[in-house]
Write a protein that binds this ligand. Structure first.
Ligand SMILES: [Zn+2]
Ligand SMILES: [Zn+2]
Length: 372
């Protein structure tokens, strides 16, 4: 019998969202690879925790899992991208703990390597490209550890004590009356450097190569998300190629304001439409939708159009469009309109330049004057 996602997160079947989140945070911190370097068991556990959280934190996936089990989620046609397909599980992680913890380097920089196997490139997308997905060609430069010097940068592998820091790996910087230790820039803190530079890589320890990927950006990505492209990162000394992370920056739109999966729009409504409670057509990211205004809709009132927002990148959920109306009055009136509005005004009982609500207020104040 397989361990259930609930057991993995050490919670009960009826745990609410908040408890799931709490349990995930606790366990993810405990088993995070950056805290358990080289511990295969912790790494596997970390993956399972993320898998469990991805399912249980999503109402729809959780319902499917509860009813039909894990296999139903895997076989779901046209469903989400699947576990670890391209989506960095750390993405979920950093959204919890911020950029500072965990970081992007899922493969930690080996001390003997001058660079890490994974690296990040930025990708700018238009509002539409991010909302609907797209295919992008990305040109980038990656590092390939120099074979001639095994990545050391030293000719014939000969190293000497770093002359800048005398092998301490740190140098003391002085700024006015303050002094502080800093990692030696010449040896990167290792304390040793090449006696002579490797002629192949000129002492760098690596060569820089061009590469290109065609990236399928899924529907619903947003700024700050990272997409993982397997084995397109740097090649380290051991010959293993890391992963490339593509960090999304999505542009904003003039009309539609995006908040995760929800879209906000301010929509002008003519005062007669608001008073009469007419149906109006409003633009949506996919075209248009009908908004049935209630009679006497107020300026600034918000209306929700379900399923008119952005599709979630992690599930099949579609967000809402929130329409905030701004009531508009005419800037000028022609003779006919003036006449009609005067008639309308009269029909509302406005006499001697006064409406009954205004009159009521004057009556109140009259007693107030007397009393004073
Ligand atoms: Zn040094
Ligand atoms: Zn070299």
């Amino acid at each position: 019998m397989e361990i259930s996602y609930y057991e993995i997160l050490e919670i009960t079947q009826n745990a609410d969202k908040e408890s799931i989140k709490k349990a995930y945070r606790k366990l993810a911190l405990k088993y995070h690879p950056d805290r358990n370097q080289g511990d295969k068991e912790a790494e596997d556990k970390f993956k399972l925790i993320n898998e469990a959280y991805e399912v249980l934190s999503d109402d729809e996936k959780r319902a499917i899992y509860d009813r039909y089990g894990k296999d139903a989620l895997r076989s779901r046609a046209g469903g989400s991208a699947g576990f670890g397909d391209f989506e960095d599980i750390r993405d979920i992680f950093t959204s919890f703990f911020g950029e500072g913890f965990g970081g992007r380097k899922s493969r930690q920089k080996n001390n003997e390597d001058k660079f890490s196997a994974d690296f990040v490139v930025g990708l700018n997308l238009s509002f539409k490209e991010a909302v609907f997905g797209c295919t992008k060609e990305i040109d980038f430069i990656y590092k390939n550890s120099c074979k001639t010097c095994s990545g050391s940068g030293a000719k014939d592998g000969k190293m000497q004590t770093c002359p800048k820091c005398q092998g301490r790996g740190q140098i003391v910087m002085k700024q006015s009356f303050l002094s502080f230790a800093q990692t030696c820039p010449d040896c990167n803190g290792s304390g040793s450097c090449a006696s002579d530079k490797c002629p192949q890589c000129k002492g760098l320890g690596y060569e820089e190569l061009k590469d290109r990927v065609e990236l399928k950006v899924p529907e619903g990505v947003d700024s700050g998300m990272n997409l993982r492209v397997n084995e397109k990162g740097n090649i380290t000394k051991n010959g293993i190629r890391g992963d490339l992370f593509v960090k999304i920056h999505a542009e904003e739109d003039e009309t539609f304001i995006r908040d995760d999966e929800d879209i906000y729009i301010e929509f002008p409504v003519f005062f007669t439409q608001a008073i009469l409670g007419q149906s109006v057509k409003v633009p949506t990211i996919r075209g248009e939708a009908t908004l049935n205004l209630p009679k006497g809709a107020k300026d600034g009132q918000r209306f929700v159009l379900e399923n008119e927002g952005v599709k979630s990148v992690r599930s099949s959920h579609i967000g809402r469009q929130i329409v905030q109306i701004a009531i508009k009055f005419p800037n000028s009136l022609n003779d006919e309109q003036t006449k009609l509005l005067e008639q309308l005004s009269e029909s509302f009982g406005i006499k001697d330049g006064m409406h009954h609500e205004q009159k009521g207020l004057f009556d109140k104040i009259a007693t107030w004057f007397k009393g004073g």
